[in-house]
Design a protein around this ligand. Structure first.
Ligand code: RIB
Ligand code: CA
Length: 311
């Protein structure tokens, strides 16, 4: 029986790879996609999700969510993902529109309808997640698991203290980590191990249109960013999906994670205490990636997606 998964995202180059990994893995059933403002504005993240779903052949309801953080001004990452969020790649226009209704209601309704069955995976700022928790606190019991690509227990990527998804909406991240569920935090310390190096990308060569029309141009754009020039682009978001796909791919350590929301220089920092007593731990923090097995899974999924693309 496939694992049901609901993905909240801000496509986004690595979000695009995460969606392909999810769609190309028969072990997963993507029951919903919700979008949030993050890498780029909500119109772009939503349109990118719709175009990617079409391109991949995903038949999934997509609901648009929050267009801005809970209290702060919007933070974007166009320098990393391009002004349109996909490195300037323009996919064929989406044939479907976003469904009626807000992403937050979609998250609550999906989890309510299938308690204990759906893995909630957040790979953008946590604004939709926080709003959903506030609207219906019982989702923390209904979600089968809650997995976040975000945070870091060493240093950030947007500044020395903070990773982008958490920094984009620290107040939302604090709500999410404090909601009462056990968060699996897939942060930069883990995702930095998932680099689309030249050696990895050589394996994409047989992926036809998927590689030529999407993977190659978006990864070329992504790789030029200063944070990726030395070791190659980190496919952050795919790691969060990989954890749901095969929990054995990521080693985790229990910890207490608190999100700084007041620091002048440290807002958005995920303060991670691996020495916290068990009763204070609210997260399992990913530390080590089985890189070889991860990329094998990714390639297998991408091969399935590529095989579905019409010539
Ligand atoms: O810091 C990496 C995260 O921020 C990824 O989710 C990327 O897509 C951006 O949203
Ligand atoms: Ca993302």
């Amino acid at each position: 029986m496939p694992k049901k998964v609901l993905i909240d995202c801000d496509p986004g180059i690595d979000d695009a790879l995460a969606l392909a990994l999810a769609h190309g893995s028969p072990e997963l059933d993507v029951v919903g996609v919700t979008t949030v403002a993050g890498n780029v504005g909500l119109p772009h993240t939503t349109n990118n999700a719709l175009c990617l779903a079409d391109f991949y052949g995903m038949d999934v309801p997509i609901a648009a969510g929050a267009g801005r953080p809970l209290v702060r001004e919007a933070l974007t990452a166009g320098d990393v993902h391009g002004g349109n969020g996909l490195g300037g790649v323009v996919l064929p226009a989406a044939t479907a529109r976003a469904i009626d209704g807000h992403a937050v209601d979609r998250i609550v309704d999906e989890l309510a309808a299938a308690p204990g069955e759906i893995s909630l995976v957040a790979i953008g700022p946590l604004t939709n997640i926080a709003l959903a928790v506030r609207k219906e606190p019982r989702i923390v019991e209904w979600a089968r698991e809650f997995v976040v690509m975000g945070g870091s227990y060493t240093r950030g990527n947007r500044n020395p203290a903070a990773e982008f998804n958490v920094l984009a909406d620290p107040e939302a991240a604090a709500v999410a980590f404090d909601a009462g569920w056990r968060t699996t935090m897939v942060g930069l310390d883990l995702t930095a191990q998932a680099r689309a190096t030249a050696e990895v990308r050589e394996r994409f060569g047989a992926l036809g249109r998927l590689e030529a029309e999407l993977l190659s141009p978006i990864l070329d754009f992504y790789a030029q960013h200063r944070q990726y020039r030395a070791e190659g682009p980190a496919v952050h978001d795919a790691c969060a999906v990989a954890h749901v796909l095969d929990p054995g791919l990521l080693s985790t350590v229990p910890a207490r994670v608190d999100v700084e929301t007041h620091g002048r220089f440290t807002s958005g920092m995920t303060v991670t205490d691996f020495d916290a007593p068990a009763e204070r731990c609210n997260a399992d923090v990913a530390t080590v990636l089985d890189t070889g097995a991860f990329w094998n899974r990714v390639l297998t999924a991408f091969e399935r997606v590529a095989a579905e693309l019409p010539e």
